[in-house]
Design a protein around this ligand. Sequence first.
Ligand code: FAD
Ligand code: SF4
Length: 510
Amino acid sequence: MKTLRLILGDQLNINHSWLSKTDDDVVYLMAEMRQETDYVKHHIQKVVAFFLSMRNFATTLKSKNQQVIYFEITDENNPHDLEKLISQIIQQHKISKFEYQLPDEFRLDEQLKSICKNIKIESEVFDTEHFYTTRYELKDFFEAKKMLLMENFYRMMRKKHEVLMRGSQPVGDQWNFDHDNRLKYKGQVPIPDAKIFSKNVADVIAQLEKSEVKTFGNIDEKNFVWPTSREECLVVLDYFCTHLLKHFGDYEDASHTDEKFLFHSRLSFAMNSKMLSPKEVVDTVVDYYFKNEDDITISQVEGFVRQILGWREYVRGIYWKQMPEYATLNKLENYNKLPNFYWTGKTKMNCMQKAISQSLDEAYAHHIQRLMIIGNFSLLTQMHPDEVDAWYLGVYIDAIEWVELPNVRGMSQYADGGILATKPYVSSGSYINKMSNYCTSCHYSVKDKFGEKACPFNTLYWNFLDEKKEYFANNQRMGMMMNMLKKMNPEELYKIKVKANAIIGDLDSY
Ligand code: FAD
Ligand code: SF4
């Protein structure tokens, strides 16, 4: 029976059991398609990174004597549509069985189910063998529970997978070292350069131009920095262990004008494309820690493990539990449009200018820039979650809907009404000032609410709380701020609202 096996662009798992042997009757299909480049406008580095990684993966498959059909974006007979592509190959190669791996996006899952109904040959679906959890494991874990607390899920995962455990006790006698992970970076220790590559990607860019694929963001065509093969991803992982892990936790929540990456691993693309598995990343980092316990503290490694074994699996579980409704939620009823500076970085707010320009230059921002700078500003200015989602889904190298959507719509924009976060991640300028040095070189004064030079975050924050006060009236975690709002002098609140609305009405002037 001749079998066709589809491998999607984010299914580059060379250790998948499919690939453990060769079979003359099995053909693998990979394709660079317009349906994927066009469902949202992507950063050019993201498209280049995926295409190069797919091409490298196909080359590896061929070197292992697998039969591969590969369509580049410019290939003449590339139909650019998954259903047409699969039907065409089935006919041409007289295929009698179609197999695919579970896609991680709802959109593709639906499409593949529908394709299987239409093609009229036998089909079978396989796990990607990538995640620690199955699609619905989180749903079952929280069955009948009202609160889907990440911490409870994380502890279950630590125990189940025996990560950083001594018997039934967590290493370090504490589950979570979050409180130790909040240092501001003031140059206390030098930050090693990021592990980057320098590849010439002019050919791929020329192909994108020829195909008229619309992208945004910046790229250095002679020095493409991201890892695009498993070997390169392993180099980045090793570099993280030997150079960055030692201070990862300490500065996890920090931001700095001159340090784009701080001690972050930059491994999200390697994992989201499945070139690395989360288990091998966690195991490698934990092994390295145990071999270097004299030099590295538990708070660094626990902070890292929590992101992958905890948050990454957790957001995926939320995605599959809540889709497709999740993508439509707008519980805070926010309807504003993104200002133009999200596409140019041209704003006088130093924190936003740095975080957005970096996103456009690198297709990367670290977690705090995504959450407490850009996400915070988007929520305070009450932007429509659809707009915010589309921006995040396009701009970051690691943005795939299963992980982007819960982080943006849930954690950052509170559009799910608190399924994922117990309170909205909003702050005035003082938090940004506490965790970064952005304010010292800003056009605006972080201490002021009023006047030409007042930090916009300060009035936007109180205005947001006032606008949404009914929604948060019963949220205990918001109690203190809501009480402060109630006690505020009505004249001052009025002035705040006037100023905040002037800002919201003219965002591109700030
Ligand atoms: P590190 O700081 O080195 O962390 C290690 C790894 O932990 C990451 O590579 C990632 O795989 C995982 N991780 C950390 N936090 C999260 C999280 N909240 N959810 C899932 N995994 C996490 N991550 C994406 O992979 N794709 C996205 O599209 C994405 N969008 C985000 C949008 C917003 C608004 C926010 C607040 C977070 C988003 N994240 C997303 C999570 C996180 O910001 C990125 O994973 C991280 O910045 C990637 O950089 P890094 O590899 O250097 O991470
Ligand atoms: Fe951002 Fe306000 Fe600080 Fe400027 S003063 S960097 S706008 S928080």
